[in-house]
Ligand binder design. Structure first.
Ligand SMILES: [Zn+2]
Ligand SMILES: [Zn+2]
Length: 258
């Protein structure tokens, strides 16, 4: 990508919209990113070619940075945000109802955000500092697997498989096998049965750490960016407490995982 600043603006705007259940048309994405429509189209085209974004037949962005409007077996569940947090849908945008939002037995409405892979289901709420649940199925036994996160920190015995980064096509080469497993034993059984593929086993706490750096470029800037007039993204990531402060303003972004 020739212009990392441009890519960052488009990823950030597209990611915020998809988290809110909005699938932006090219012109809407360009406006949200504060870039020209030609520039946005060029960035999206390059991201799609690299398996780092998807678009619907009508041109709407329906997947970026691990979040997708298409059904998968991986998701992030969290209490549905009140409308004020999600922000209003732009003119021509789809309604801002969270994808898959539903009342559960206790009457608490849950938002379900589909992700490309199990790694994304842990890494995204970790990067956002959310209290949420990563929901997926074990890559070995197929059982439903729920990993709770508190302020972005995951808990439990689950392990994840991290395929090699820096691949040609993220969706095909990385996300397709970046599964979570019930525990290290199930990961090792899958690995043996898969003829020991390239990659590394990582506990979910380490996946969360990786997510915080890999998604840094998608997060709102720490301060209003004078160059972009302080756009409102509608996101309000919480900085984890307990002294684990982190900086949002950051550079490079995109380490090939998302
Ligand atoms: Zn299992
Ligand atoms: Zn993924």
């Amino acid at each position: 990508m020739s212009d990392p600043g441009l890519e960052r603006a488009v990823r950030r705007a597209g990611f915020a919209a998809l988290l809110a259940g909005r699938y932006l048309l090219p012109g809407e994405l360009a406006a949200a990113a504060g870039v020209s429509e030609d520039a946005a189209a060029s960035v999206v085209g390059a991201l799609v070619a690299a398996g780092r974004a998807t678009t619907a037949p009508d041109g709407r962005l329906d997947g970026i940075a691990g979040v997708t409007g298409r059904p998968t077996r991986h998701a992030v569940e969290r209490p549905a945000a009140p409308p004020a947090e999600l922000g209003a849908a732009p003119p021509g945008g789809r309604p801002a109802a969270p994808p898959g939002g539903r009342p559960d037995g206790s009457g608490v409405s849950l938002a379900r955000i589909s992700t490309w892979c199990g790694f994304d289901a842990v890494a995204i709420p970790a990067a956002l500092g959310w209290s949420a649940t990563a929901v997926t199925t074990c890559g070995y036994c197929g059982a439903e697997l729920r990993v709770p996160l508190e302020d972005g920190v995951p808990d439990g015995d689950a392990w994840g498989w991290l395929p090699p980064g820096g691949c040609e096509h993220v969706l095909r080469d990385f996300c397709a096998t970046a599964d979570l497993f019930c525990d290290r034993a199930h990961l090792d059984l899958w690995r043996a049965g898969a003829a020991d593929p390239a990659g590394e086993p990582r506990p979910v706490v380490e996946l969360a750490e990786l997510g915080r750096s890999a998604w840094e470029d998608c997060l709102p800037p720490a301060r209003p960016d004078p160059c972009r007039g302080g756009q409102a993204t509608g996101l309000s990531p919480r900085i984890p407490g307990n002294g684990r402060e982190r900086r949002w303003a950051g550079g490079g972004g995109g380490n090939g995982l998302a």
